[in-house]
Design a protein around this ligand. Structure first.
Ligand code: NAP
Length: 342
């Protein structure tokens, strides 16, 4: 009999890809959405990509859950074998009050884990981020980040989002250690996730590619992220479920560090007729603009940084190489062009 996976935040960009891959792997999916009015959107996003969409309404069902409310969590666990917790706020601009991000991330992760524990679900996959690994400087003497590194949430240079992901992941590991030692937790730590979305309701990371494609900024900041393809991130979540070697592990899921200008150059090479900016702004200009724009200010601590990320564990877990990030940038751009979104 098929196993049932409760997938939180099913309306998200990454979660739609996870939904698709779970269904293709034969799981039943109970997707959580804040409002059931978003359920049909998820079903219709995955339907055209399925090899067989027969009985989809039986294989993909929904529950209304909010990270900030206890309502419905216990009922949503009935008959569930595995929880995949992806829901967490990921806004493009940081809120004035950082608790608007931190509380749903931390309390939501704990709600999901507590309800899983109460419902007897022992297999849990949690979506964290490289933000919880490489948000602070590399310790002296180290040459690359790996799963042993932790962002210091007290570091004043970290953003509210970075703190939200770090504190949520720490809370999850603490919960397992102190309250649910029989829980088999695997944490996936993706880098900046790009690649064609399944529909045009995509999140913050695709908005960055959209902004590059619109050439709204005269220059790009000397800034970037460890980057990864959304299909690899989804596959990591799904393949981890049945892989006992991943119990108790964090898995940093990245291809490589890409500056925004690297993404822009890859897109420009694929679409030479488009107006894509590939000039890099001097750091002092970005710092000056940051005095007036909080979104720009939040990236200034990372100006000029190029982090080496050791993705050996991800490669072993997937049993293959990662999709190349510059190709994922081109795929994203092609999707935006084909759907007349830029
Ligand atoms: P997304 O499209 O914005 O998805 C976020 C999901 O979380 C949405 O389903 C959203 O629901 C849900 N959510 C937010 N606040 C909620 C609340 N209070 N109650 C219930 N659900 C709530 O972002 P994404 O890029 O797919 O990110 C998914 C996960 O991956 C997040 O944990 C994020 O931190 C992590 N991640 C993302 C990236 C990246 O580059 N995209 C990189 C590393 C890690 P609504 O649709 O109702 O808002």
């Amino acid at each position: 009999m098929s196993k049932t996976v409760l997938l939180t935040g099913a309306s998200g960009y990454i979660a739609k890809h996870i939904t698709l891959q779970l269904l293709e792997a034969g799981y039943h999916v109970r997707g959580s959405v804040r409002s059931l009015s978003r359920a049909a959107e998820v079903t219709e996003a995955v339907r055209p990509h399925l090899s067989d969409a027969k009985n989809l309404d039986d294989r993909l069902t929904f529950a209304a859950l909010d990270l900030m409310s206890d309502d419905g969590w216990d009922a949503a666990m009935a008959g569930v074998d595995v929880v995949v917790h992806t829901a967490s706020p990921f806004p493009i601009t940081q809120p004035k009050n950082e608790d608007d991000l931190i509380r749903p991330a931390v309390d939501g992760a704990l709600r999901a884990l507590r309800a899983a524990h109460k419902g007897g679900v022992t297999r849990v996959i949690l979506t964290s981020s490289t933000a919880a690994i490489s948000g602070s400087a590399l310790p002296a003497g180290d040459t690359s980040f790996d799963e042993t590194n932790w962002t210091d949430p007290a570091d004043p240079d970290t953003s509210a989002y970075t703190r939200s992901k770090t504190l949520a992941e720490q809370a999850a590991w603490d919960f397992v250690r102190e309250t649910a030692p029989d829980m088999q937790l695997t944490v996936i730590n993706p880098g900046f996730v790009i690649g064609a979305p399944l529909d045009d309701k995509f999140g913050t990371s695709i908005s960055v590619i959209e902004r590059i494609m619109r050439a709204k900024d005269p220059m790009l900041p000397n800034f970037g992220f460890p980057t990864v393809d959304v299909r690899d991130v989804a596959e990591m979540h799904v393949s981890a479920i049945e892989n006992p070697q991943t119990y108790g592990q964090r898995i940093m899921t990245v291809d490589k560090f890409m500056k925004f200008v690297d993404l822009a150059k890859a897109i420009k090479a694929a679409f030479p007729d488009r107006n894509i900016v590939t000039r890099v702004a001097p750091d002092f200009v970005v710092r000056f603009l940051g005095l007036f724009d909080p979104a720009i200010k939040s990236i200034t601590p990372g100006l000029g940084r190029v982090d080496r990320m050791d993705n050996a564990r991800a490669l072993v877990t997937l049993g293959r190489g990662m999709r190349q990030a510059h190709k994922s940038a081109v795929d994203t751009a092609a999707y935006l062009i084909d759907n007349k979104l830029v």
